[in-house]
Ligand binder design. Structure first.
Ligand code: PLP
Length: 300
């Protein structure tokens, strides 16, 4: 068996739960962000580009992944960061601080301007400021990213009935769908509110054996509550598997809740994809500490 594939537990009705530890494939460029960057880096080299430019928020897994990949594979990196107020708070932000240590140069912009980041005028302006670059979209999703994510599932995963993963922009689940088998069902758990995802996934996915389960976003992107924190801490105590607060915990919570509610037929073999994101735990804990809420108590 693949070392990244482990059985977690068996529930009643012989429903068994497994996890694929994509969080372990690279020490910093974890999980799906590594898969999404892989062929983009090849393409950037092919185009003789020396700089990668991308976008993200304060605790973005993608920002850190690009910074680390740039350092490892010899690219300069530029991060356009949402929120001008962060410019003076880099030291207090574990994600940005680490990205800076990897050599990333930041450009902090207002939330308003950030919304225009896909307009040609904005890209022109950035080009004037920084010169040529290879652009990687927010969250890292594009066609090459989906091709990279098609490598998440391998031969050993063929006998699972259900494959479950967290959804942000939909790139990762699209790759998983494309490499799944007809008889498998892929369930996506959006970590944010909004119904634009269905359409985005259809752009990249070439099969219909999937569904989005939209009941487990916990109020929206990066929103968490004490119930979810306790879930993360309990899950870690029971199974020694660390889950991140933004994505994988919401998906895992959802799957276990659905098992308890009888959603899955008896004898189902369910595979969770651990897409990583553990670098975000420290940042989230600093927010929780300020609000005097229980912290995430896992070793990452
Ligand atoms: C970015 C991210 C996702 C979402 O991936 P998409 O391809 O944007 O849907 C899921 N899990 C983790 C840990 C992530 O960092």
């Amino acid at each position: 068996m693949d070392i990244q594939l482990q059985k977690i537990v068996e529930f009643k009705n012989q429903i068994s739960l497994f996890i694929k530890r994509e969080d372990l494939i690279h020490p910093i460029i974890s999980g799906n962000k590594f898969r999404k960057l892989k062929y983009n880096l090849t393409e950037a080299k092919k185009q003789n580009q020396t700089t990668l430019l991308t976008f993200g928020g304060a605790f973005s897994n993608h920002i850190l992944a690009v910074a680390a990949a740039g350092k490892e594979y010899g690219f300069k990196t530029i991060g356009i960061i949402r929120g001008e107020e962060l410019e003076t708070k880099i030291e207090a932000n574990p994600t940005l601080k680490k990205a800076q240590e990897f050599g990333m140069v930041f450009d902090f912009i207002s939330r308003e301007e950030y919304r225009t980041k896909n307009n040609p005028e904005f890209v022109n302006k950035v080009e004037k400021k920084f010169g040529n670059f290879y652009l990687i979209p927010e969250g890292g999703t594009n066609e090459l990213a989906v091709i990279g994510c098609q490598e998440i599932l391998t031969k050993v995963d063929e006998d699972f009935d259900f494959i479950c993963c967290a959804v942000g922009t939909g790139g990762t689940i699209s790759g998983i769908i494309n490499s799944s088998k007809d008889c498998q069902k892929v369930l996506g758990f959006p970590a944010l509110k909004g119904d634009f995802l269905q359409e985005d996934i259809r752009k990249f996915a070439n099969m219909d054996n999937w569904e989005l389960i939209t009941d487990y976003h916990f109020g929206g992107y990066a929103k968490i509550d004490e119930k979810l924190i306790h879930f993360i801490n309990d899950f870690y105590m029971k199974y020694s598997i660390p889950l991140d607060p933004i994505y994988t915990s919401k998906m895992t919570f959802g799957v276990i809740d659905l098992i308890e509610k009888g959603y899955f037929p008896p004898k189902s073999k369910i595979l969770l994809i651990h897409t990583g994101g553990l670098q975000g735990v420290n940042g989230m804990n600093s927010v929780l500490r300020k609000k005097n809420i229980t912290q995430i108590n896992i070793n990452v």
